[in-house]
Write a protein that binds this ligand. Sequence first.
Ligand SMILES: [Zn+2]
Ligand SMILES: [Zn+2]
Length: 338
Amino acid sequence: MEAAVLNGIGKDLEVEERKIPTPDGNEILIKQQFTGICYRDILTKEGFFPRVSLPMIPGHELSGTIVEIGEDVEYFKKGDHVAGLIYVPCGHCENCISGNENLCAFKKTMGENIQGTYREYVTINQRALVKVQQGVPEELATIAACVTGMATHALDSVAGISPGKRVLITGAGGGVGSHAIQIARAYGAEVTAVTSSQWKSEELYKLGADHVITASDTFSKDLKAIWAEGANIVMENTGSATFKESFRSLAFGGKMVVPGNLSPASPEIPLGILILKGNTVAGSISSTRNDMEKALLLSLKGKIKPVIWDRIDLKDVNTALKNIKEKKNVGRVLIRFS
Ligand SMILES: [Zn+2]
Ligand SMILES: [Zn+2]
């Protein structure tokens, strides 16, 4: 099979011939139809994750059909349809046994310290997998961990979303944001989407956003014109670039959840406002199998539609990474294998 490989930080990926791996012990061999291209893969390529061991096959958005299982696999069988976490949890630590495996300090992340998904066949430990019910669109299985599960983790598990909450979502046109709008709506929230690209507005309304504002240096003012009291929840997908305005958009008691940062810069937190308004800023890392199952259930019920900008061939991956960095897409770009 072909695999796209990162042989040096800052270099383009190279398509190389690799053997189809054989699953050992607790491992499972999966044949993928798609894998997702994530902004994290761009950051990996550019050297923002110092733990990356080279050469590395990037990618961590995994789904497909089981074609072979290791001798110790019990819960899964050949032919099962599965989706994977973006990492393999240790399975034994306090966080793992309490269902918070996203906080496992011993986890290994695909595309970072274990080989990733930019290839048709992937072996992975069974601890990383959940079963996917028939009726879930394959594209939504592929992005169940890093997009819809991740957004469910941020909005539900971390921010405590509930019906009627006013939710502001930044980076709303990206892969995560475009699905987060739908998830927030599925939970009964009212959504304001923030995008830096005016041309994406119409698309965001179609996805269910109640209001769309174009990011500016003062978008908290636009937000206060919509919601005088501010947002109960801000999902800050962009990170430092929009942090200041997002923070100013919070209501008294409002909570900002930060699942991503597209640049390595760190913003300042105005502590006076944090204290006087009783605000919370919380990090949100990836998703658990429970989050994935919630997201897959919303997908099965038709509450989330896949927002796929393009399905590309593996050989075109470098162009796709460049286009995503330049924000030319609405929604996810997938690599298609068959
Ligand atoms: Zn991802
Ligand atoms: Zn663990």
